[in-house]
Design a protein around this ligand. Structure first.
Ligand code: GLC
Ligand code: MG
Length: 453
């Protein structure tokens, strides 16, 4: 039997702490329960390491920012430590999650500033002593992982498959004899983590869900996503939807066959990584599953979305994904395409660039028209993160988001504030009236003329 956090234990924990703590409050974007909470592993689930272009991740990002960011929660749950997670963020176009569960569920942090949940770590400190784990692990077939992978409540090794079972049995018995109560997790046919019994990706998620529920904000649905052994724990959380991405490893597929085959809420996707997550959203009917990225004819797409789903956030995401494709020449140099991008700009509106220069939107649109294919054949990607929408008048919205550009190995980001106005006459649309950009700390350095929006 799995030792799920007993309600009494957790309520004691929550009482002692602080579901009102500064850390937890820091992700208080939503005033009510999340429509959906997506909890995803990173390596080979959210991030496809076999896809250098990151296309499936970028598709999911666009879908999330256009249709989910405003009322849903994004949670990353990874085996990586904070330091290793930061490295991944520098390499891949990851969105900013609301909650980050790291080091195989031994560390939880909230909000963009990643404020740690200290109570969770205190809670794990039971029948645990990492010195003893290190001491008894001096076995010929166990190799310590790097320093950055070792955490206060996680001791990690590498072990060949053929010695894995022996390692697990030996460690369990010796550690029990030494008075510890541990959980041993084997992933990717090589990683072996020793954690306190109370830890793990599933336990950490159950804790966060309890915390949200105490706050009257239990998500309406939860979708967990994973590919390897340490994710099995996620799929064991009661009542969640789950997706094993198509590229899930044997160990997780076996776990699924033995433990969850009959559970219709858990599927094995036919799509890889982030596309598998989107497939699950579609399969379970959890919401819109067509990413604005990849749509070619926007007029058609708007109709498909029946307009009511077309929000200012969609306009922002659509605009920048078209912008990327125009610069890359991924779409034809046609009037209808440039119109799709610039047709919603208010000609007398203004854009203020991060380097202080100001242009009318009409001039910026002309510059973009000239710039067709300016990034052709280059590594060039644009993505939007942290879209927030505030309605400030009957037909006016104040948008704020981070716009990232990746170009030939370098990334830059600016914080954009934009004013959008709804136009009811003619084809309904959100019109860009004003844009103001400032560099996100330390990322700005651009050749003027190539950064047009
Ligand atoms: C990540 C961590 C590693 C851990 C593995 C499996 O790769 O960096 O320390 O062993 O996940 O949980
Ligand atoms: Mg993984």
């Amino acid at each position: 039997m799995r030792s799920w956090l007993k309600s009494t234990t957790i309520f004691r924990l929550l009482g002692r702490s602080s579901f009102g703590s500064v850390a937890f409050r820091s992700m208080d974007r939503l005033s009510g329960p999340a429509r959906i909470m997506v909890v995803s592993d990173l390596d080979q689930t959210m991030v496809d390491h076999d896809d250098p272009e990151n296309l499936s991740l970028l598709r999911l990002n666009a879908l999330w920012e256009a249709h989910y960011r405003h009322d849903s929660l994004l949670v990353f749950s990874s085996g990586r430590s904070f330091v290793d997670y930061k490295k991944l963020r520098e390499e891949k176009p990851l969105l900013t999650p609301d909650i980050t569960i790291m080091s195989v569920g031994t560390e939880i942090a909230y909000g963009e500033d990643m404020l740690p949940d200290d109570d969770w770590e205190h809670f794990l400190n039971q029948k645990w002593d990492r010195n003893i784990v290190e001491e008894v692990s001096k076995l010929p077939y166990l190799q310590f992982q790097s320093e950055t992978a070792q955490r206060p409540y996680k001791v990690s090794f590498k072990v060949e498959k053929e010695h894995a079972q022996e390692a697990i049995t030996t460690l369990s018995t010796t550690l029990e004899k030494r008075g510890l109560d541990v959980k041993i997790v084997y992933s990717s046919g090589v990683d072996l983590d020793v954690l306190p019994r109370r830890a793990g990706k599933g336990q950490a998620l159950a804790y966060v869900l309890k915390k949200l529920s105490c706050d009257g904000k239990a998500p309406l649905s939860v979708l967990v996503c994973g590919d390897s052994g340490n994710d099995a724990d996620l799929f064991s959380v009661p009542d969640v939807y789950g997706v094993l991405v198509s590229n899930a490893l044997e160990e997780l597929i076996e776990w699924h066959a033995e433990n969850a085959k009959e559970n219709p809420k858990i599927i094995h996707a036919t799509e890889r990584c982030a596309d598998g997550i989107v497939q699950a959203i579609r399969h379970f009917g959890l919401g819109i599953s067509t990413s604005p990225r990849g749509v070619v004819a926007y007029a058609e797409w708007n109709k498909e979305n029946e307009n009511e789903n077309f929000t200012p956030a969609c306009e922002v995401v659509k605009f920048y994904s078209m912008y990327e494709r125009w610069c890359r020449a991924d779409i034809g140099d046609s009037e209808s395409h440039i119109q799709d991008i610039t047709g919603n700009l208010y000609p007398n509106g203004v854009i203020i660039y991060p380097w202080g220069v100001e242009l009318s939107l009409c001039e910026a649109a002309d510059a973009l028209r000239q710039y067709y294919g300016g990034r052709k054949g280059k590594q060039f990607r644009v993505w939007i993160d942290r879209v927030s929408t505030a309605q400030i008048g009957s037909d006016t919205w104040l948008m704020r988001f981070n716009k990232w550009e990746f170009f030939e190995g370098k990334r830059q980001c600016c914080i954009v504030t934009a004013l959008l106005q709804f136009r009811a006459e003619g084809p309904e649309a959100f019109i860009w009236v004003h844009l103001h950009q400032t560099w996100l700390d330390g990322t700005g350095n651009v050749e003027e003329g190539s950064w047009i929006f």
